[in-house]
Write a new protein. Sequence first.
Length: 308
Amino acid sequence: MIYTVTLNPALDYFMEYNQFEEGKVNRTRLTKMLPGGKGIMESRMMNRLEVENTALGFIGGFAGRFIDDFLKSEGSQTAFTPIFAETRINVKIKTRSNETSLDAAGPNLTDDDVKKFRKEFERLSENDSVVFAGTIPRALGETFYQRLIREVKSYGAEFAIDVDGGKLLETLSAGPIVVKPNLEELEEIFSVKFEKTEEVIPYGKKMLAMGAQNVIVSMAGDGALLFTDDKVYFAEPVKGIVKNSIGAGDSTMAGFLAEWSKSHDAIAAFKRGIACGTAKVFSEDMPSKVFLEKCFNQIKIKEISNGN
Ligand SMILES: Nc1ncnc2c1ncn2[C@@H]1O[C@H](COP(=O)(O)OP(=O)(O)OP(=O)(O)O)[C@@H](O)[C@H]1O
Ligand SMILES: O=P(O)(O)OC[C@@]1(O)O[C@H](CO)[C@@H](O)[C@@H]1O
């Protein structure tokens, strides 16, 4: 079983405008609500790939119920920890040329909430993997993921993680299946600025050396790199019209883990991940299975270095 952990889920409220002007009254062209939060996006993509998954995290109030019902209706199992506080609502403003996210901090959590949540990990065994994704609510403290990783490993399960900045580096020595910083995140982590793709390579390798089993560096419309064993691979970007790029990274992680859980083949997993990220950005919401396959058939992966 793949467990997705979203400590800070969100109801994503999409508001689309022909034109948007700050400080003015703006009337929407279209609105829609979707379940959000990085692990939740991953669960949704795994449903499209027909891979069994269970979503964990804290949910409360009407937004929480909406997320739980939505995920179940799409095929996820859920074992969320119910909380008294309200799940956040993140506003995603879309115009013809721009996407802007107004993300809320999220609810307060009590010691009792945390205790109940941690109990869910008792179900883990060697055949399971857990993916931690997204921000940690303030109440839980910066090292919360590290504590959870120790717990996951104590049951013999594997983990992957998608979290910003230095917090990601601190998890590498525990051997995540895969991490997937984007270019800006990698620049921030190592305090560098990349001019060319080749400059990224030493930093991907560094993350492997620090303990990650596989590293993907995603570069949005410029493709992505995979670092595995001593090899580096490049996935060429697919061209198309971007409809909704929110969750592109989550979809990439989901695709990778879905394939990895079956084959443990990093290159096949990379190809599946890139197909999922690509199909996501070219779709308004989660892509259909047919479109996912169409994108999969367009992905070209080539080896670019033997790592020397
Ligand atoms: N404009 C685009 N055109 C084609 N593919 C894209 C585009 N943007 C994203 N993708 C696909 O999705 C993958 C992940 O995108 P990206 O690098 O933007 O991740 P991210 O920054 O983690 O995404 P997000 O934070 O929006 O979820 C890319 O490697 C690529 O395969
Ligand atoms: O605050 P976090 O957890 O970093 O990000 C939350 C979020 O922006 O990420 C998802 C897309 O990746 C959205 O569904 C959600 O609103």
